[in-house]
Design a protein around this ligand. Structure first.
Ligand code: ADP
Length: 296
C-alpha cells in the first residue's frame, strides 16, 4: 500500500515516519518526517492518564473495601470509628489529588499572567506563614525574612500555591527539630529569588532532573504517608514558567534541600534598599537563614 506511512525508530531514539506515494505518471514521491516530538507527547499523555487512574484507583479500592466492611461486619463503637477515620483519610487523598489536577489544568489553560496586576510579597508571605506553621505544628524551627516592601506582578493565587507547595514539602520531608527557612534575595538584574531551604532528608543527585515531572517521587510511601500527590513541584514549575521565572533545585542527601524560585525583573517593583547579589554568589540557597532570618 503506497499510501501507508511506516514509522522507523532510528539509532539515536528519534522516530522518522516515511511514506511513499504515486506522484503523477510513473513517478513516486518519498515523504519523510521527524515525528519524535509527536510520539513523545503522545507517550507522555498515555503515561499521565495511566498514572492518574492508578493514583485514583488505590484510595478508591481502599474506600470500597471499608464500605464493604461497614456493611457486612456491623462494627460497633471504637472499631467503627477507626474504619470511618481510615475512610476519611482515603477520601482526603482523592480530594487532594483532584485539587492538584484541577490546579494543573487551570495553569495550562489560562492566558499569560497579567503583568499589571501587582500584589504585596510581604502579605503573601504572611498568609503562607500562617498556613505552614499549622502544618508543622511546632515540630520545626522556622526562619522568616524581614519585611521586604516588594511587590510582584502576576497571578497572586499562583504565587501563593507555588510558595505553599515548596514550604509544605519542606515540612513533610524534614524530621522533627529540623530547620526550615524562607529567604528573599533581590538579585543584581532586578529579579528576586525566593529560597525555601530545609535541613531534611535531601535528594540524591540522580533524581534532581526529574523532580518536577508529574507523579515523580523519590520515596513513594513517604510522599503518600504525608499526604503528597506527586504533583506539587510540577505545579511550582508551571507557575514559574508562566510568569517568565525559573525554579532551581539543589540538594544534598543527609544535609538538606534548597528550592529557589526566581521572579523575573519585569514583574518586581519597590522594596526597601537591600544589597542585591548574584544568585550563585557566596550565599548558598541551602543556608540562607544565618545572616538575616527572623526566628519564630
Ligand atoms: P509529593 O506530593 O510527592 O511531595 P512533589 O512534586 O511536591 O510531590 O515532590 C516530588 C518529590 O520530590 C517528592 O515525592 C519527594 O521525593 C521530593 N521532594 C520534594 N521536596 C522535597 C524536600 N524539601 N526534601 C526532600 N525531598 C523532597
Amino acid at each position: 500500500n503506497t499510501q501507508q506511512a511506516i514509522t522507523l525508530l532510528v539509532h539515536d531514539g528519534r522516530s522518522i515516519s516515511i511514506m511513499l506515494r504515486t506522484y503523477g505518471e510513473g513517478a513516486m514521491l518519498l515523504l519523510s518526517q521527524d515525528v519524535s516530538e509527536r510520539e513523545r507527547n503522545e507517550a507522555m499523555r498515555r503515561d499521565f492518564v495511566a498514572n492518574v487512574s492508578h493514583e485514583i484507583r488505590t484510595p478508591l479500592a481502599a474506600l470500597s473495601g471499608f464500605v464493604e466492611s461497614l456493611t457486612v461486619l456491623r462494627l460497633e463503637g471504637g472499631e467503627r470509628e477507626r474504619v470511618l477515620e481510615l475512610m476519611r483519610q482515603q477520601s482526603q487523598r482523592m480530594q487532594a489529588l483532584v485539587d492538584d489536577l484541577l490546579t494543573l489544568a487551570r495553569l495550562e489553560g489560562s492566558p499569560r499572567p497579567n503583568p499589571d496586576h501587582w500584589f504585596s510579597l510581604d502579605d503573601l508571605i504572611g498568609r503562607v506563614m500562617a498556613e505552614v506553621a499549622g502544618l508543622s505544628a511546632g515540630r520545626h524551627q522556622w526562619h522568616w525574612p524581614e519585611p521586604t516592601g516588594l511587590e510582584l506582578s502576576g497571578v497572586e493565587s499562583e504565587a501563593h500555591s507555588a510558595l505553599a507547595n515548596l514550604l509544605s514539602n519542606a515540612v513533610r520531608y524534614t524530621p522533627e527539630r529540623g530547620q526550615i527557612a524562607l529567604g528573599v534575595q533581590p538579585l543584581t538584574d532586578g529579579s528576586v529569588a525566593l529560597h525555601v531551604s530545609d535541613t531534611g532528608a535531601g535528594i540524591a543527585a540522580e533524581h534532581l532532573p526529574r523532580l518536577t515531572e508529574r507523579f515523580y517521587r523519590v520515596d513513594g510511601s513517604r510522599s503518600r504517608a504525608t499526604g503528597g500527590t506527586g504533583l506539587g513541584l510540577s505545579i511550582v514549575k508551571h507557575v514559574c514558567q508562566r510568569h517568565g521565572g525559573e525554579l532551581r533545585i539543589e540538594s544534598e542527601p543527609g544535609v538538606g534541600s534548597g528550592f529557589t524560585l526566581v521572579w523575573p525583573a519585569l514583574r518586581v517593583r519597590g522594596g526597601v534598599e537591600q544589597g542585591a547579589s548574584d544568585l550563585l554568589g557566596a550565599e548558598s540557597a541551602l543556608l540562607p537563614w544565618a545572616p538575616r532570618g527572623r526566628e519564630r
